[in-house]
Design a protein around this ligand. Structure first.
Ligand SMILES: Nc1ncnc2c1ncn2[C@@H]1O[C@H](COP(=O)(O)OP(=O)(O)OP(=O)(O)O)[C@@H](O)[C@H]1O
Length: 451
């Protein structure tokens, strides 16, 4: 049984408009939420562990319908137009806390593909005043592709409102025009640049969201920029951190970035999405990996798939060779121009190409329901050459979205790569099963049985 741990800050005096759940006995597991019904979300029930930091008899509330949240009618219309009939687990738990008044910070964790974007988007759109034509919320994402996707979600969700959504990504700040959209989504470098050049006024910012927050706060990554941006904001906005993963070092730091936050967290063993079946294939050498890949694509008839490599050159090389062999393949990585990246992504989203070969740049957040297979051509390693479980989880999470089935296949070709894979398997406590590469009829049978 999976569990979500919910840690509440002070929820007293909230202006919340939903039904309160049962009273809580601090520090103890309390009750299980009934399994999700018709949405097809993960078919498991969740133990909910509740802790309050301040021992102020807080009441845990849970929204079983969007109506209970007291959202404005035009926003509710947007939610239903997206085809959402009821909140997902994370939305059920997070939205009441996010929407409570006075606003509280939040550190929220749930598995990949479970609806975190809609959770923070609904909070933003509920708090924005459409009559005030200035930026009131900023969302940071680690890649331009994810920023564009979040813009799309916010735009669709707000289509019956008068709220406008703007984007701050490389090549997107138009000739020094000051941004007056209500919500700005961007990558850290461009957002920082826009604020410094006084193109993005921050005096009315009420919500500051870091999507993929562990990545955005990582001191080896985008941490410095995120911290600087926070320092450039006037006032004290509600800070919202969301991710599927929060490694220990980031979890320790996160409360300093988002003080006194309500928290929803998962244990490491609960992070894997069980509808994603994980396999590995033994390859004899680096070159043999390519041969195995081609054999695999001769038998795979899946709708779309994504192949992750460590190096950009490998991604280009695989895409080139597979294209020569007649497959509809594209590559995407950080050495390409923004225009090229947008074009490739749009092409892939429209399903005009079936295979996307990429690097970790696309490991997080990208939501394409048709992706049913993820291949780790190279196991994910950090810059010290150690296996990186978080990157693995995010990569694999590009399939199996919102309760769908998916398959991940890891290529290992020597002792080191095998050990890296085993370390990741050990980390998440989920089996990665061998599919042998000698009998392709058997491989086909195995994969067909799970896809
Ligand atoms: N309440 C809902 N009902 C039906 N579908 C939903 C609901 N909420 C979200 N979805 C859909 O679920 C999919 C996954 O959502 P989303 O991209 O927000 O996941 P996520 O938790 O942010 O994943 P990741 O950790 O990979 O970033 C999206 O296609 C979204 O439209």
């Amino acid at each position: 049984m999976d569990s979500i741990n919910v840690r509440l800050g002070d929820l007293t005096g909230t202006g919340a408009q939903w039904n309160n759940g049962s009273g809580t006995d601090q520090n103890q597991p309390h009750f299980a939420i009934a399994p999700e019904g018709s949405t097809g979300l993960l078919d498991s029930s969740y133990d909910v562990h509740v802790r309050t930091s301040d021992q102020v008899g807080s009441a845990l509330s849970s929204a079983k319908s969007f109506e209970e949240l007291g959202l404005q009618q035009d926003l509710l219309q947007g939610v239903y137009a997206m085809g959402f009939s009821k909140p997902s687990k994370i939305q059920e738990r997070a939205l009441p806390m996010l929407l409570s008044n006075p606003p509280k910070n939040m550190i929220g964790q749930s598995q990949s593909g479970t609806g975190k974007t809609a959770a923070f988007s609904l909070n933003i759109l509920s708090r924005v005043d459409a009559n005030n034509h200035s930026p009131q919320a900023i969302v940071l994402a680690p890649s331009r592709e994810l920023a564009r996707q979040i813009v799309d979600v916010l735009t669709t969700m707000s289509k019956f409102t008068k709220i406008n959504i703007g984007m701050a990504v490389k090549g997107g700040l138009h000739r020094g025009r000051s941004m007056d959209e209500h919500v700005i989504v961007g990558t850290p470098g461009s957002v920082q640049d826009a604020i410094r050049r006084r193109l993005l006024p921050t005096k009315n910012i009420k919500v500051f969201v870091l999507d993929e927050a562990d990545n955005m706060l990582d001191q080896d990554g985008l941490g410095d920029q995120s911290i600087r941006i926070k320092g450039l904001l006037e006032g004290t906005p509600q800070i919202v951190l969301f991710s599927a993963t929060f490694p220990d070092n980031v979890r320790r730091f996160a409360p300093r970035f988002a003080p006194d936050a309500n928290e929803i967290s998962l244990r490491r063993e609960e992070l894997s999405v069980d509808t994603i079946k994980q396999f590995y294939m033994d390859c004899q050498s680096e070159e043999h990996k390519y041969e195995v890949l081609c054999n695999l694509y001769d038998i795979l008839t899946v709708s779309q798939s994504i192949i992750f490599c460590r190096r950009r050159e490998t991604a280009d090389e695989i895409a080139r060779r597979m294209t020569e062999q007649g497959h509809a393949v594209l590559s995407l990585h950080g050495m390409m121009s923004p225009e090229e990246r947008d074009e490739v992504m749009d092409h892939f989203r429209r399903g005009e190409s079936k295979v996307l070969v990429t690097t970790n740049v696309l490991s997080r957040g990208i939501d394409i329901m048709q992706i049913s297979v993820v291949i780790n051509y190279d196991m994910p390693l950090d810059h010290r050459g150690n296996p990186e479980p978080e990157a693995y989880l995010h990569r694999v999470g590009r399939t199996g979205r919102f309760g769908r089935t998916g398959v991940s296949i890891n290529f290992v070709h020597d002792r080191r790569s095998w050990e890296h894979m085993r370390a990741i398997e050990e980390h998440f406590q989920r089996p990665i099963t061998r599919v042998q590469t000698e009998d392709w009829e058997q491989v086909e049978k195995t994969l067909k049985s799970v896809l």
